[in-house]
Structure formats: C-alpha cells, structure tokens
Design a protein around this ligand. Structure first.
Ligand SMILES: Cc1cc2nc3c(=O)[nH]c(=O)nc-3n(C[C@H](O)[C@H](O)[C@H](O)COP(=O)(O)OP(=O)(O)OC[C@H]3O[C@@H](n4cnc5c(N)ncnc54)[C@H](O)[C@@H]3O)c2cc1C
Length: 535
C-alpha cells in the first residue's frame, strides 16, 4: 500500500517457487504461513488488490483456534475472538413464540484448549493472517494478479497469471506444487475439470451485520428462531458486533430481501432499530451444500471453499478450510524436507473429504430443521425437539467432530485413531500454558504411565525428534504437569495410556504404554522417509 492507502502497483510473483497458492482468502493465507514455517518458498496470488472488506464467517471453533495457535496467530491476536462462555454462551433453538425448544451448553470444556465457539470479525482475521504471511520468511503475497491457467508434468506445475487491472501483462510461475484456495467458484478446480457434488439443499438468506450502540442482553451466543413465519438466526459475531440472518420466504423476492429497509423491518421485533444500532452491511447469500469429488490432481491440491461449501448453520465452512490447510501443509512440509515419501499426500483428499462430507450433511440437516416453512411440519418438529430435550438418553444435538475419512494415515486403535486429540494446560518448570506452546506442536507422543522415551531405542528417539516430534510424560512423575487433568480424563475415557498425535491434532495411534515402540515404528513405516540425514 502507498501512504494514501492506495494499493501499490501489482508486483508479480517470482518465476520459481516451491508452492504457488491461488487465492489470498483466509485459507490461502494460512496455508502460506504454515508452508513458510516448514521452509518452503511460497507465493500467494490474489486477484483483488484489496482484502474483501465484508464479514462472512463470524464464529470459529476450538479446533480452528488451535490451528491458528500453531500458526503463531494467537500470541498477538487472541483478543480478536469472543469466547462462548458464561450463562449466555450456548446454542439455542426457539420456536415462533420464543419458547426454548433445545439448548446446547457450550460451557463444557472443548478438546482443543479453547472455548467451544468464538465470535469474530472475518476481515480482522484476514488482516492478521496477511500480516503474518508477509512477515513469514519465504512467503510473498501478490495482490492484483489473476490465475489464468496451468499445465502439469511429473516435476511440477507451470502457471500463467495476468495483472488484474492490465490483463495483457502476463507472468509465468513454475512451482513444485500449486494449491487452489480460490473460493467457491474456484478457477483452479474448473481448469482441472473436477466435478462438484451437490446436496440439493438451497435457501436464500439475508445476512445483516450491525454494531449495537448500547449493551444487548442476548439469551445465547447463537439462537435459531425456528419460526415458520420467518426463520431467523441471531449470532454473537465477535467483540462489539452482532449478526441477524433471515430466510427468504416464497412471497419475497431476492431484490426485496436485499433492501436495507427489509433488514431494519426484520430486526425491529428484537428492538434493533436505527436508534439502537449501526448497520455495517447486509447481503443475500444462497446457502448450499457442495463438495469437490476430487481434491488433488497430480501436484495440484484444492483447499477451503474451493473444495467444499456448506450452509453456515454450524459455523463450520471456514473451520473446515483451516483444517484443510493444516492437513495439507504438514504433509507438504515433510515431503519437501524429505522426511516423508510423497505417498503421504495421497491421504489428504480422502481424509478431508470424508470428514467434511459429514459436516456438510450435518449443516444441511440443521438447515432443513431451521428452514421449515410449513406450519404443521414445524409444530411436529417442535414437539420432537421438546421431547428430545427432556430425554437424557437422546443423542446430543451437537455431535463430536467426525473421524477422518478413509484411507487415513493412522494406526487402528480401537476407534480412537483418526479422532481429534486433546490439548490441555500444562506446567513445565516455571512455565504454564497450553501444551503446544509449552511442550511443542508437531508430532506429540504423550503417556500417562511414564516417560515414552524410556521405551524407545536411541535411533527411534532421534528420528522422532528429527521429524519435529515432542515426547511428554504426563503421569505427574515427569516434568510435564497436566494442570487441569485434561490428559488424565482423556486417557480414562478412551481406556488407554499412551497417545501419538499428528501435527493436525488427530490421533495417529493410542493404546497401552508398552505399545509406544510399535506406534513409532508404524509411523516410521507409514511415512516411509526418503532421507537418512542425521541417522
Ligand atoms: C453468510 C456466511 C456466513 C458464514 N459463517 C461462517 C461461520 O460462522 N463460520 C465458519 O467457519 N465459516 C462461515 N462461513 C464460510 C466462510 O466464510 C468461508 O468458508 C471462508 O471465507 C472461505 O475461505 P477461503 O479462503 O477458502 O475462500 P475465500 O475467502 O472465498 O477466498 C478465495 C480467494 O481467492 C481469490 N480468487 C478467486 N479466483 C482467483 C483467481 N483466478 N486468481 C487469483 N485469486 C483468485 C478470491 O478473490 C478470494 O480472495 C460463512 C460464509 C457465509 C457466506
């Protein structure tokens, strides 16, 4: 940017990088940061000279915050997020009369060490991610360049781009890998001819973001007003911000729904008026559930909205994109450093697509509940929800995050493998904090029954440390103290003593303490390292 805030003339990306990322949205920027830290030279190419100024995502879950923690973002930017804690920290379903049908308590501890759900303002997160990306060695961000086409050979990808404001100015980039993080209409996906699956769900919703001028007392963090006369959602969208969403009814056109006067009219029953609030923006979106059938073609990968789209009722679109970034970048980083064979890249698509398809299905199912316009069916739904909320044995409304899809890079461990692993608060010497910050992220070998290193031979220990592994004895006898009993509870719940966690926080293997050498040797075989440096 120039001093006056105008975008600088577009600087073209360098002709040769390890990885080109198309799309400078949150997923592309996070991907670049994580790859830069892994030692790759990365160029992000974004067609627009300025960041998208309007909010889309407004809630983010505990797992996504752990991913942002791994990127170093939470050190300076934790205040961007408003945690769902306290008596107004839940997820509620109410009917047209305002009667509470079901409530999900979000005050219970979430696995990843952060609040279950957190309100935030997407433009602030993107600004923080872009600042981090430009400060990361090896990463450059090139705004004002539009991806046009690609060709592939065995060694890599040749990419053609044009300056967005001067389409005759063409530049070519050669990269070992290319990541299409270029949003829902993904030109990269189209170039590859990848087919898109569709859930068949479709609904138009008006999204209204506003700044309350006084304090608002909401009963919950998120409320779904399941009113067949006007389905609506109210969300705490980060410090000082609120959002309402309203479904389009058959008697309203998209044009009518998109008017500012409609936004004020629909918010008035909640006391939100020009006297009590400042409108930040309003826009109509078509909510859908879609997914790319393939996430990889040769050396080109898809991530984020380019790979999946879902109605935002569970607040999982961006969270899923951040998971893609973490899952892809640890693999690319290891292959780049010859710590793993390129075959580890094969499981990226199947693992992620299996996981996200379940979330899309859940979001679509929630949408079908919330978007019911038929009065009789809505009454039957309300009765069913009331019944469920009184039944202590009914399945919880909010299931745990799904398991990774198959084939996955895991070792069968009585159903625990491929599930999200916990992060607890620990104390090591005089240092107190979250495990990843105090002990380390990357591969984690944790036991509650003694020092895992005591069971490993020197070669396995040095290999594990070389791939970025950390080893922790949380029994209380070793240096790592499990301050809140997070690990103890997790091991007890899953009937095991030892755990090997992947860099994306999913369980590679879990079992008895004595199985630790088996976990490490299986991991070694799975990664099939091609380099013997340091052995
Ligand atoms: C109303 C609404 C509410 C939502 N709420 C939530 C929520 O609460 N929680 C949640 O987790 N998610 C939510 N989401 C989803 C979330 O906003 C998206 O999943 C997320 O923004 C996707 O990020 P991305 O980086 O994959 O794609 P994008 O942010 O779309 O970025 C893609 C980038 O690629 C660029 N690009 C495209 N084509 C080219 C090209 N040819 N050359 C160069 N660059 C190109 C685009 O300009 C864009 O900047 C919501 C979405 C909506 C619409």
């Amino acid at each position: 940017m120039t001093a006056g805030g105008e975008p600088s003339p577009a600087v073209p990306p360098p002709p040769m990088v390890d990885c080109a990322v198309v799309g400078g949205g949150p997923v592309g920027l996070l991907t670049a940061v994580l790859l830069g830290w892994a030692g790759l030279r990365v160029s992000v190419v974004e067609r627009w000279p300025r960041r998208y100024p309007l909010p889309r995502a407004c809630t983010i879950d505990h797992e996504a915050l752990r991913i942002l923690q791994a990127a170093g973002l939470m050190d300076d930017h934790a205040d961007l997020f408003e945690p769902s804690r306290g008596e107004r920290g839940g997820y509620e379903f109410r009917n047209g009369d305002g009667e509470l049908l079901q409530a999900i308590d979000w005050n219970r501890p979430a696995e990843s060490g952060w609040a279950n759900t957190n309100g935030f303002h997407q433009p602030d997160l993107e600004a923080a991610l872009e600042g981090l990306a430009t400060a990361t060695p090896g990463v450059t961000v090139h705004r004002g360049w539009t991806f046009q086409s690609l060709t592939q050979d065995r060694e890599g990808v040749s990419v053609k781009m044009t300056a967005t404001s001067r389409p005759t100015e063409v530049t070519d980039v050669r990269a070992r890998w290319l990541i299409g993080a270029d949003g829902a209409n993904s030109p990269v996906r189209s170039q590859l001819g990848i087919e898109v699956g569709d859930s068949g769900f479709q609904a138009d919703w008006l999204v209204v973001d506003y700044l309350p001028l006084g304090e608002e007392k909401w009963s919950a963090f998120v409320t779904q007003y399941c009113d067949p006369a006007q389905p609506a959602t109210a969300v705490n969208s980060g410090p000082g911000r609120r959002r309402f969403e309203f479904m389009r009814r058959a008697d309203t056109t998209v044009e009518e729904l998109a008017r500012e006067s409609t936004a004020w009219r629909l918010m008035a029953p909640w006391g939100v008026t020009p006297e009590t609030a400042r409108l930040e923006r309003h826009a109509v979106y078509t909510f859908r559930g879609r997914w790319a059938r393939v996430w990889r073609e040769g050396n080109v990968f898809l991530a984020g909205d380019a790979a999946h789209l879902m109605p935002p009722f569970l607040g999982q679109g961006l969270c899923s994109g951040l998971r893609d970034a973490r899952a892809l970048t640890w693999r690319l980083g290891m292959v780049h450093r010859e710590l793993a064979a390129p075959t580890v890249l094969d499981t990226y698509g199947p693992e992620r697509t299996g996981h996200v398809r379940e979330i899309i299905d859940e979001a679509v199912a929630a949408g079908r509940v919330i978007c019911e316009l038929d009065v009789d069916r809505a009454a039957a739904r309300d009765a069913e929800m009331r019944k469920r909320s009184r039944d202590p044995d009914a399945a919880p409304l909010e299931p745990p995050h799904p398991r990774l899809g198959e084939p996955s890079l895991t070792l069968a461990s009585r159903g625990v493998d491929g599930r999200l692993a916990p992060q607890g608060r620990v104390r090591v010497g005089g240092r107190v904090g979250l495990f990843d910050d105090i002990v380390g992220g990357g591969w984690q070998l944790i036991s509650r029954s003694g020092d895992p290193a005591g069971l490993l031979d020197g070669q396995d220990t040095s290999w594990f440390r070389r791939i970025g592994g950390v080893i922790a004895d949380v029994s209380g006898e070793g240096p790592v103290h499990d301050l809140d009993g997070t690990y103890e509870r997790w091991f007890t719940e899953h009937g095991c003593e030892a755990l090997l966690v992947r860099p994306d926080f999913y369980v590679f293997a879990a079992g008895a303490h004595s199985q630790i050498p088996l976990f490490v040797s299986c991991l070694r075989q799975t990664l099939q390292p091609t380099s013997t440096e340091g052995e």
